[in-house]
Structure formats: structure tokens, C-alpha cells
Design a binder for this molecule. Structure first.
Ligand code: E4P
Length: 224
């Protein structure tokens, strides 16, 4: 499983980059706008925190294929490293994806809600497709079932495009996607934390500490 952080909060990125097996960061225009700051210093700071080897996915703000390509080239040039431009699925987006494939710039095709969209994106050359799990669940769809169908179809057609499931609101949705072989997920720091938290774990650790200090006080193994 590839874990990616879905935020532009620099504090959260610093923390998660240190404590979790993070493969990179995704953003979108809404996430960037939430930071209410200048675009370039923000995304360059994200790159500086995660370094060149981790993935940084930044979404285009343009709509015509040629404009998307122009923006993607600039983003790639300024952000360098493992960079992917996020492009919403659509005719212009597919055209841009095919053009960017020739230029060697990675594409994450986003705003995916159906397996047919995902398969088309993969055939156009996208490296990742990003289905929105919680947004589907919110309209009484089944986000994880859509992810499962996309995983199956990409495998059926021998595509090396990866599913980057997105738009999660709880750990259970992530677990269900992991269970169907989803390659990667992008989640908030709260969800990363929820994925490793359990009250029984807290109770077990408290018990170990109580038993140890009851006999050895504040001594650690290094003190023996
Ligand atoms: C990431 O690629 C998506 O843009 C993001 O996960 C959408 O999340 P939301 O549905 O919480 O806005």
C-alpha cells in the first residue's frame, strides 16, 4: 500500500513525513485555497519538506489541453523530483494526458467516479487514477466497490496505471479499499492516525508500563 497525505498544511506534512511511511503529498485547488497563502512558496515548501524522491501531486487550474500541458511543464520545472500533475477526467484532460505522456510528465487523472472513466484515463497514459470514495458513499454509491472494479479492470487489461483512492472520511473506507487490492490511498493526517489507533493498544501499553515501573521504577533497559 502506498500512503499519500492529502493536505497543504505544512505542519501536518512535516509531522507525517517524520512518523509515517509516507510516499508523498497530494493537493487540489480547494486544499491549496484553504491555506490562503501564495501558491509557489506553499508548494515549494511542501517539496522542501518531503524532498525530491517523494511524490508531489499538484492539480492544474486550466481547462484546454494545451494550457494544461503548459502549466504542467512549469510545475514540473519548478517543483522537480517525483512530480505528477493532477488533471480532472474529460476530453481535454485525456488529450493533455496523451501529450504529457510523450513529454515524460506523470499524470494523476482525478475526479474519477466510475470504472469507465478510470479505464479510459489509464489507456490515455495516466500513471494514477483517483476515484473519490467518500463522495460516492455520500450519494448512496459504494466508493470501495467502484475502487474494486477499477483495480480488477486495470489488472484485466494489463495496465500499469495505479489506483490512488481519494476522498476518505474514515479508516473503515481505507481498510475496505486495501482489502480489494487498491494500490494507493491519499488521506488526511487524522485518518493516518486513525489507521494505527486502537483503545486496546493503549490499554496494552499502559499495562506494560505499570508492570515495569512497579518493579523497576524509572529505570530503562539502558540503566541495567
Ligand atoms: C485528492 O486527490 C482529492 O482531490 C481529495 O481526496 C478529495 O477529497 P474530498 O472529497 O474530501 O474533497
Amino acid at each position: 500500500m502506498i500512503y499519500i497525505l492529502d493536505t497543504a498544511d505544512l505542519g501536518a506534512i512535516k509531522h507525517c513525513n517524520e512518523f509515517y511511511p509516507l510516499a508523498g503529498v497530494t493537493t487540489n485547488p480547494s486544499i491549496i485555497a484553504k491555506a490562503k497563502t501564495d501558491f509557489w512558496p506553499l508548494v515549494e515548501s511542501i517539496r522542501a519538506i518531503i524532498g525530491p524522491d517523494k511524490m508531489l501531486h499538484v492539480q492544474t487550474t486550466r481547462e484546454k489541453a494545451e494550457d494544461i500541458v503548459e502549466e504542467a511543464k512549469l510545475l514540473q520545472e519548478r517543483l522537480g523530483g517525483e512530480f505528477y500533475v493532477k488533471i480532472p477526467i474529460g476530453e481535454e484532460g485525456l488529450k493533455a494526458t496523451m501529450m504529457l505522456k510523450k513529454l515524460g510528465i506523470g499524470v494523476t487523472m482525478t475526479a474519477i467516479f466510475t470504472p469507465t472513466q478510470a479505464l479510459m484515463a489509464a489507456m490515455a497514459g495516466a500513471s494514477f487514477v483517483a476515484p473519490y470514495v467518500n463522495r460516492l458513499d455520500n450519494i448512496i454509491g459504494d466508493g470501495c466497490e467502484v475502487v474494486a472494479q477499477i483495480v480488477d479492470q486495470l489488472s484485466l487489461y494489463g495496465s500499469d496505471c495505479k489506483v490512488l483512492a481519494a476522498s476518505f472520511k474514515n479508516a473503515e473506507q481505507v481498510h475496505k479499499c486495501a482489502s480489494v487490492g487498491c494500490h494507493s490511498v491519499t488521506v488526511t493526517d487524522d485518518i493516518l492516525k486513525a489507521l494505527i489507533s486502537h483503545p486496546m493498544t493503549d490499554a496494552a501499553v499502559a499495562g506494560f508500563n505499570k508492570d515495569w515501573t512497579g518493579v523497576y521504577g524509572e529505570k530503562t533497559i539502558l540503566d541495567f
